[in-house]
Each structure stands twice: as C-alpha cells, then as structure tokens.
Ligand binder design. Structure first.
Ligand SMILES: [Ca+2]
Length: 334
C-alpha cells in the first residue's frame, strides 16, 4: 500500500514540485496521457512492431521510468487520480463512468476536489485541455468548472459518444477518427504558438499547463492516410506511429518557439492495454489489478532538459518520489 500511495501521487508531485522549484522562471508543463497504451507499446520499452523515435527521444534526453503505477486500471478513476492526486476511493470516483449503465452514481469528478489545473491557475498559469475527459459531462463536472481555460477534443469514451468540441461548441457530431491525431497535433502546436506569443506580449498569464489526453489506442480508431500500413502491427500499430509523429511536432513547436528548455513534457498512459502482448514483460490487461493492468503498465517520460535536471536533483535529495506531504507543503508555501 505504501508503494502504491507514493507512486499514484507521482505525476502530481512532478508538476507541483516543478512549479515550486522553478522560482521566478516558472516552467510550462505539458502532460500527455494515452488511453489504454501498454508498457511495451513504444519502442523504448520493448515494442518491436512499431517505431516511436520521438517518444524514444524523450526517454533519451529526459528521464525514463520503469516502475510507475496509476490509481486504477480503467479510465475514469485513473484520470480522477491524476487530476486530484487522491485515491479514487477518496475522491469518490472509483468506477468507470458509463452512460449506458442503468443504475449508478458515478456521474463525474466532484467539483469540490482540488484539481491540478486549479492549482496551476493559482500560480498564474494559463490552462488548456486537449482530448478525452471522461470525468463527467454534466455541467458541474465539466472541464471549465474544474480548472481549464480552454478545451478541444472528444471528451467521452467514443464507443458511447463521438461528439467533438471546440471550447463549448460541437464541431463534429461524429469525430473523424482518421483525422483525430492530425486535429489534436494542430491544436497543440497552435496553443504553444499562441500562449508563447501572448506571454511575450504580456496579454495573457504566463506560463501554461496543457493536459493532452489522446483517445488512442482505445477503440474505435483509424489511422490517417499517411500512416496506413506504416507499422508491422496493423491499424493499432499505425495509429501509435501517428501519435509518435504528433509528439515530434509538439516538441518541434516547443523548439521553434524557443521554450523547450523551459517546458516539462510528461508522457504516460491511464491504464494497461486490452491485449497482454502489449504489456510485456508483464501479465494482465486493463480492468485487472495484476501487473499488466494497474501495476508497471504505465510509464512516464520527461522532456525539457532544465526542468528534468532540476527534478533529478530534487529527487536525489528527497527520496524516490515526492509524496503528498511535500506537495501540500509546496502548494501552501506559494
Ligand atoms: Ca483507458
């Protein structure tokens, strides 16, 4: 339990420790969360049928973790834990949100919970979300009531609802699956450009936090035309390679705007894969609590050399991971 307690709080600790340790020059933070991606789904973790050079670059230049765990082995409670730093059982969202279920009480993330974007806003950050929310679609639970200034994407499990929003407006009744990664990548690059330009002209709060929760490789999915047949693992492999391309574009945008050195980029997954072959060398899948589903099925990579070095020093001086006590103290000190 002690180990799980520490690890579940890892990302919250990263983000707030980075903000607290950065002094006047606060880093930008981009948190990339995949959906149902397994431990061995990218090449730097052992995948052989796909090639993910941009994710591998993050591992090589930043930090790569091999024993990272999330709060649950399914979407909603795992995301609730990422957003709050609290166990799903404590924040009240300990099962998946499913609108087809006849009788259930898991409507969304309690708006009284303190979320990571709310914490960032207290520090003067601009906050944006791109991608899958799955923490409730009724008004009190929505992203704009949970700390995000901007929203873009398909917020639900697309097996239940394929609507795609730009801020509060539905722009696609059925998300164009083959264009999804292209749309997300374009918006991420636009956010980076806009936020950087606004910060330099003093028009908007600086710096920024972007939560990019891609819906893939959760089903349904389709690869874009340029990536069809590009991998050795069918459509699933093709979409992972396309996602990797998109991450390369995001890193390039950070470099082109001169802010890569002051941006912390974290890459992870909400839970394990649907097939055990993508969790190797561990066993299990999503929905279960053995290693492939909830334990070691997740990973976190950091890009942004200055921020990563700062964190590495903090980590060396304060134990393996920041715990909740440190996070609370850090937040209170601001
Ligand atoms: Ca998931």
């Amino acid at each position: 339990m002690k180990l799980l307690f520490k690890i579940k709080l890892l990302v919250l600790g990263f983000l707030l420790a980075a903000v607290c340790s950065a002094g006047v020059d606060k880093p930008n933070v981009i948190f990339i969360l995949m959906d149902d991606m397994g431990y061995s789904d990218v090449s730097c973790y052992g995948a052989t049928k796909v090639s993910t050079p941009h994710i591998d670059r993050m591992a090589a230049e930043g930090m790569q973790f091999t024993d990272f765990h999330t709060g649950a082995s399914i979407c909603s409670p795992s995301r609730a834990a990422f957003m709050t730093g609290a166990y799903p059982q404590r924040n009240g969202l300990y099962m998946g949100i499913n609108p087809k279920r006849e009788a259930h009480w898991f409507l969304g993330l309690n708006p009284d919970e303190i979320t990571i974007p709310e914490q960032f806003k207290q520090q003067g950050y601009t906050t944006a979300m791109v991608g899958k929310w799955h923490l409730g679609m009724q008004e009190p639970f929505l992203y704009w009531n949970q700390g995000f200034d901007h929203y873009y994407g398909a917020p639900e499990n697309m097996g239940n609802d394929k609507r795609f929003y730009d801020e509060r407006e539905v722009v696609y009744k059925n998300t164009p699956l083959a264009k999804l990664t292209e749309l997300y990548t374009a918006r991420m690059v636009k956010h980076i450009e806009d936020f950087t330009r606004s910060a330099r002209s003093g028009q908007e709060a600086s710096p920024f936090f972007i939560y990019f929760a891609h819906n893939y490789p959760h089903t349904p999915y389709q690869a874009g035309p340029k990536f069809r047949g590009s991998s050795k693992d069918g459509t699933r492999g093709d979409i992972i390679q396309e996602v990797d391309w998109g991450i390369g574009e995001i890193l390039k945008a950070l470099e082109d705007n001169g802010i890569l050195e002051n941006t912390l980029v974290i890459f992870s997954s909400d839970n394990g894969p649907v097939a055990e072959q993508y969790a190797q060398p561990y066993s299990g899948t999503k929905f279960v609590s053995i290693e492939g589903g909830a334990s070691r099925a997740f990973y976190s990579l950091l890009e942004g050399p200055d921020s990563a070095r700062s964190f590495r020093r903090a980590r060396a001086g304060n134990g393996p991971v920041p715990d909740l006590e440190r996070v609370d103290r850090c937040s209170a000190a601001q």
